[in-house]
Design a protein around this ligand. Structure first.
Ligand code: NAG
Ligand code: NAG
Ligand code: NAG
Ligand code: NAG
Ligand code: NAG
Ligand code: NAG
Ligand code: NAG
Ligand code: NAG
Length: 296
């Protein structure tokens, strides 16, 4: 039943976009699979849209007791603050300690992994003792030869570098022991002149969790009882997506200033209260010059 609820919540996942005037940059020109050309009006054809450029992302969810795993694709606009809201997540995800979520973002990130291996090296040894006597070693029978090689084994470090999409580490949503829940996740995507070079969970930055009531896998969380999940309203999992770095036109991204951890610097609202019932208030304030469709 839980798995079914997760599934229902998941297929209903909506991507809501905010409409901020910003300079749109091209994404990295990569995607998470082949682009089908036989589909009209499909999200796979999103690149045909002329007005904005999109980047593909995948949001994964796994319930490790039922084995349920699914993903959905979405396409945030570059340098626009995006909120993903997962309806019914109050039931299926928010109080479920077995659920992890993670994201995959197209890019060409290098990941280097290290390994050790047993290597042979030639170690030169002198053909003479300290007292000048020559060794009785076949390599040293020629009096003109000063050294000979001995093969030894040493452990060496090797490395492999792979290029691929950026996969953020899975994060738990609920911690039964703390009775706490992460009710919003923030992903920051790093751009270098319009190309995605990296992405992180906002909470994975150093000390990012220090102002939070609770902390789960490094992300800001709140007491489950504070979220009003029994009432419904404020208790739906949200994922904020913001952009940092320089866009295609070398203009600094502005959406990074709107993530909750930055926003809190300019606000009397504490981080722990953001994303409870106060989210629409939050959006109003960051974006009060237009009719924001977000009511996350
Ligand atoms: C499933 O998640 C729970 C809660 O985090 C954890 O204790 C358990 O080890 C996980 N099991 C597997 C098979 O990953
Ligand atoms: C990713 O970057 C590396 C190093 O710059 C490059 O060799 C490789 O071709 C790139 N891969 C793609 C798919 O762009
Ligand atoms: C390395 O390989 C040699 C030859 O097989 C072996 O004698 C030696 O114990 C190995 N060293 C290590 C650290 O495994
Ligand atoms: C000197 O030479 C002899 C071989 O004639 C050798 O056995 C001995 O170890 C050498 N070394 C020293 C320090 O005497
Ligand atoms: C000893 O090993 C080194 C490095 O492998 C090599 O250049 C040299 O020719 C070797 N010397 C002898 C005497 O085999
Ligand atoms: C990775 O291995 C190469 C040789 O294969 C070496 O030149 C390079 O320095 C290594 N990189 C790191 C970070 O260790
Ligand atoms: C967690 O909080 C809920 C709501 O306040 C409460 O009903 C439940 O008993 C708590 N669970 C634990 C393990 O403390
Ligand atoms: C979950 O939220 C929905 C609104 O999205 C609400 O109708 C429902 O009653 C809530 N369920 C629980 C168990 O809180």
């Amino acid at each position: 039943m839980k798995a079914l609820n997760v599934f229902l919540g998941f297929i209903l996942l909506q991507a809501c976009f905010s409409f901020i005037n910003s300079q749109i940059a091209h994404g990295p020109g990569l995607d998470l699979g082949p682009i089908r050309t036989d589909l009209q009006n499909s999200e796979t054809q999103i690149r045909n849209l002329k007005r904005y450029d999109y980047s593909f992302c995948k949001l994964y969810i796994r319930d490790n007791t039922t084995g349920f795993e699914a993903y959905t694709t979405f396409h945030p606009r570059v340098d626009e603050f995006t909120t993903l809201k997962i309806p019914m997540s109050n039931v299926s995800i928010m109080g479920n300690e077995n659920v992890v979520i993670w994201m995959e973002i197209p890019g060409n990130k290098s990941t280097t992994s290290f390994y050790t291996y047993n290597a042979t090296v030639d170690v030169p040894k002198s053909c003479t003792y300290e007292n000048g006597t020559r060794l009785t070693v076949t390599e040293c029978t020629d009096p003109a030869v000063a050294t000979y090689n001995v093969t030894e084994y040493v452990m060496k470090q090797g490395n492999v570098t792979k290029y691929g999409n950026i996969v953020l580490p899975p994060k738990h949503v609920h911690d039964l022991g703390k009775n706490a829940t992460v009710n919003y996740f923030t992903v920051v995507v790093q751009l270098a002149n319009g190309a995605i070079t990296d992405a992180v969970w906002d909470g994975d930055r150093i000390n990012a969790c220090k102002d939070c009531d609770q902390c789960i896998d490094g992300q800001c969380a709140a007491k489950y009882s504070d979220l009003g999940c029994d009432i419904g309203g404020g208790c739906q999992l949200k994922i904020f997506m913001a952009w940092a770095g320089l866009d295609r036109l070398k203009k600094p991204c502005i959406s990074i200033n709107k993530i909750p951890s930055n926003f809190a610097k300019y606000s009397s609202t504490s981080v722990s209260k953001l994303g409870l019932g106060l989210l629409s208030d939050f959006f109003y304030r960051i974006n009060d010059n237009n009719n924001n469709p977000n009511r996350a």
